[in-house]
Design a protein around this ligand. Structure first.
Ligand code: PMP
Length: 386
């Protein structure tokens, strides 16, 4: 059997560009020049590509086309949502979130707190789930903003966003709810309106679209203040010439990911089981960090006593790409704030790695990755793995 040489199992950081997405970009580019805002035939051709992409994204995610604001990715979308909600809710309006959020949410919350918004962060349970944020709602305060991600970037834990949205809609209808759905879209079925959120962010490169293409869904009737000024594009919510090429690629990749949702879940669950069974059969001790009910394609494991940064480096020398914690924190040996907030020990956190599977992961890739992983763990463990 022919084994792949370079193995990529870091799809939660960025996944393989789908063939269909690459084709859509080239096709949009080959249509010729044109600014989607221009009224001549060339501009109209680009606008058609852009609006077709907007329609497709909206229909795949249960939104209206005018609720889709294309952005450069989820970092921008999270900033646009949270800064926009806080500005709309008014100075000193309260904010509620959790330490499990991605930096592009947490750091915005911290900046807003510095500017005078009272901030409450609710810790997750040991499985990384935040069962209830309503306990942090202040009584009698001005309406504010609550943010809760749909799926976690390090453990794959799924958060009860729909339940929270329903609760807020009935008890605190003036409050705004944002969800960072970056790790969930394209992996589980996501329906914007049935989550009862006001904004939802997403990023194309997590499901085989291009890097640099994302979106914020913004519920009708809940205007946001723009981050940038200087144009009327996307109803002034995100000024700047839109990239029809990136939007087309994002939409095509999303429709492929959504069509493959159930099959992907089945494949990922089977691969996850293979990884855990093989480690067990080879007497390699490990601990799983996070909920067993989470996204099956994200597996966060600690190999007792082996430092994650050394393991990631040693695997890289074996041509296996995985990450220590989330990609945004690797390179730094600070313990992951997500795992810390779950109450895990420092040793367990510093030895935690994330393996994440993608749409093009095959059984051969998983099998060969396991051979190399077991070899490296045994070497680094120096026989002291027990
Ligand atoms: N939120 C989450 C949950 C993520 O995993 C990421 C990507 N690491 C982002 C936001 C930022 O996305 P982007 O790379 O599109 O800026």
């Amino acid at each position: 059997m022919k084994y792949p040489t370079a193995i990529y199992l870091d799809h939660a950081a960025s996944s393989t560009l789908r063939e269909s997405a690459s084709k859509a970009m080239v096709e949009a580019w080959q249509k010729g020049p044109g600014n989607p805002a221009s009224t001549h035939h060339a501009g109209r051709a680009q606008r058609r590509i852009l609006e077709d992409a907007r329609d497709k994204v909206a229909s795949l995610l249960g939104a209206f086309p005018d609720e889709v604001v294309f952005t450069s990715g989820a970092t921008e979308a999270n900033n646009l949502a949270l800064l926009g909600h806080a500005a709309a809710a008014g100075p000193n309006s309260p904010l509620i979130g959790s330490p499990v959020e991605h930096k592009s949410v947490l750091q915005v919350l911290c900046e807003l707190a510095k500017a005078g918004h009272p901030l409450t962060l609710v810790s997750p349970n040991p499985e990384g789930i935040v069962p209830d944020l309503t306990c942090a709602l202040p009584t009698g305060a001005n309406p504010g903003t609550v943010t809760l991600q749909l799926a976690n970037q390090e453990t794959g834990a799924l958060q009860p966003v729909g339940k929270l949205g329903k609760q807020l809609a009935s008890t605190h209808p003036a409050w705004r709810l944002h969800t960072d759905a970056t790790q969930a879209v394209g992996k589980i079925r996501v329906d914007f309106h049935s989550l009862f959120v006001h904004t939802l962010s997403l990023s194309g490169h997590k499901w085989g679209g291009p890097i640099g293409a994302g979106a914020l869904l913004v519920r009708r009737g809940w205007p946001l203040r723009a981050l940038c000024h200087g144009g009327e594009q996307q109803d002034g919510r995100r000024p700047g010439t839109e990239s029809s090429m990136l939007a087309a690629a994002l939409a095509v990749a999303l429709s492929e990911a959504v069509a493959d949702l159930d099959a992907f879940q089945t494949r990922a669950s089977a691969f996850r089981q293979t990884i855990l069974n093989t480690l067990k059969q080879n007497a390699v001790p490990y601990e799983i960090n996070g909920s067993p009910e989470g996204l099956p394609h994200i597996l966060n494991l600690s190999f007792g006593g082996i430092r994650a940064d050394l393991l990631v480096m040693a695997l890289d020398l074996e041509q296996v790409a995985i990450s220590a914690g989330s990609a945004c924190t690797s390179g730094s040996i600070l313990p992951s704030s997500v795992l810390t907030s779950m109450g895990l020990s420092k040793d367990r956190i510093l030895s935690s790695i994330r393996i994440s599977l993608g749409h093009d992961t095959t059984p051969e890739i998983v099998d060969e990755a396991l051979v190399r992983l077991i070899r490296v763990v045994r070497r680094l463990g120096g026989g002291g793995l027990s």
